[in-house]
Design a protein around this ligand. Structure first.
Ligand code: ZN
Length: 428
């Protein structure tokens, strides 16, 4: 009796799947299933080429393989070179233009954190559901997912008359500086699109990123009168540079540490009578004695935020705190911009609804917005202020940025099917 009931529920589920997924969409899914082996071969091929950010040759080689795939589907490809001073390989762009549906901008990256000097791990299947290899998850898996999804659309002639740009940067893991140069073309092209989708690692089937925090830096310098320690706290000598730095840092913590999505980490501090810090080496020096009042302190910190407004408000608060000097001291703080935030906009939430509907129609479950605090910044952050966007649509797995990184090959075909239908629905 119970078994019959369960069977009926399954049958009902199957029927609803049949209704919500059109016959065209079924063909797309079928194409992805029948080409799974070929897709995995492409992944194996690109994972087996070292493409650490500084290995220009390797990054270009991976770009060449992908660009052939795009050209076979009728995309025009371009290699975007960067000035030599940036010491980066450049970026791959593939595009087609048409009049149907939304103009899409699909984001991947060719480089990995694993440089050529590190020991190499080739693509290796560990069992029937996982494989390891450099960049297999972050993010050659996501790159290959884009290609497999587009191929399934191409096979049904569904790419005809669509506008899709695929942008694979060659330096996501360590962007060429200044980013105003290394990300200029990327930003310019994204601005011409309606929607951006990024294929960085997926947390799971049920989570996509509608927001990512931005990152920036600050440097605090405090100074005080130096002299014999016995004069400390006196009207004449004051409190010294170290007490002033301690006051400021503690007031930062008191005033701002409970604000959601805001963090500001004093990462390194040097204080004494003679102090220096070299950011390039991330190394500081301090000379001082217990019986001398400290003359100088340098603190280096970061500041992570969910919106430009939050960043600016925090900076203003910090400036106010810095300005309230203890007797006999002075202080100044300098801020530097890093990667902007991908703010949790309504447009991003609406885009998530489209993905969620595709997922529900495929019986793959609900997709919710991930916690922005749990992800670092990514390439999509540079363009999030211009177009609605989603990230975390790529391959699922574990251990990105560490040797032994893995991809979940059981979930890969389902995630590919879902993204193919998302692209299809957005471009019709
Ligand atoms: Zn990545």
């Amino acid at each position: 009796m119970k078994k019959t009931y369960l069977f009926l529920i399954l049958l009902a589920g199957f029927n609803s799947f049949a209704q919500k997924i059109s016959s065209t969409e079924k063909k797309i899914i079928e194409h992805i299933k029948t080409n799974a082996t070929q897709t995995e071969k492409l992944l194996e091929q690109v994972v087996n080429i070292n493409s650490g950010t500084l290995n220009h040759e390797g990054v270009r080689q991976v770009g060449k393989i992908f660009s052939k795939e795009f050209e076979e589907m009728g995309f025009t490809t371009e290699w975007v070179s960067l000035p030599d001073s940036l010491n980066r390989a450049g970026h791959l762009v593939a595009y087609r233009t048409g009049k149907k549906g939304k103009k899409l901008f699909l984001i991947g990256h060719l480089d990995t954190v694993f440089e050529k000097s590190m020991s190499f791990t080739p693509f290796t299947r560990l069992n029937d559901s996982i494989a390891t290899g450099q960049g297999v998850n972050d993010m050659k898996g996501g790159d290959v997912m884009i290609i497999a999804a587009l191929k399934a659309l191409q096979a049904q002639k569904l790419l005809d008359d669509t506008s899709i740009t695929i942008y694979f940067t060659g330096d996501e893991e360590s962007s060429g500086k200044p980013t105003s140069i290394s990300r200029k073309d990327f930003i310019d092209r994204a601005k011409q699109s309606d929607i951006a989708l990024a294929y960085e690692t997926a947390v799971s089937f049920n989570i996509a990123a509608t927001a990512r925090r931005g990152s920036s830096g600050w440097e605090l310098t405090t100074t005080g009168k130096t002299g014999h320690s016995s004069g400390l706290f006196s009207q004449n000598m004051g409190y010294g540079a170290i007490y002033e730095a301690a006051r400021i840092l503690d007031e930062f913590r008191e005033a701002l540490s409970s604000e959601k999505y805001l963090t500001f980490n004093p990462g390194v501090i040097s204080g004494g009578t003679e102090v220096s810090y070299d950011p390039a080496l991330a190394k500081g020096e301090a000379i001082g004695k217990t019986n001398i009042i400290a003359q100088k302190v340098i603190v280096q910190g970061d500041l992570r935020f969910i919106s430009e407004m939050q960043k600016e408000n925090a900076r203003n608060k910090m400036r106010e705190i810095v300005a309230r000097h203890l007797n006999g001291t002075s202080a100044e703080i300098k801020f530097s911009d890093g990667i902007p935030a991908m703010e949790p906009t309504q447009a991003n939430a609406d885009l998530l609804k489209v993905l969620n509907q595709v997922s529900l129609d495929l019986n793959m479950g609900e997709v919710k917005a991930g916690d922005p605090g749990s992800r670092g910044a990514g390439d999509i952050s540079y363009i999030a202020q211009y177009v609605p966007c989603l990230d975390g649509l790529g391959a699922s797995g574990k251990g990105a940025h560490a040797p032994g990184e893995i991809i979940n090959l059981k979930e890969f075909p389902g995630l590919t099917q879902r993204t193919a239908l998302l692209i299809y629905r957005l471009t019709q």
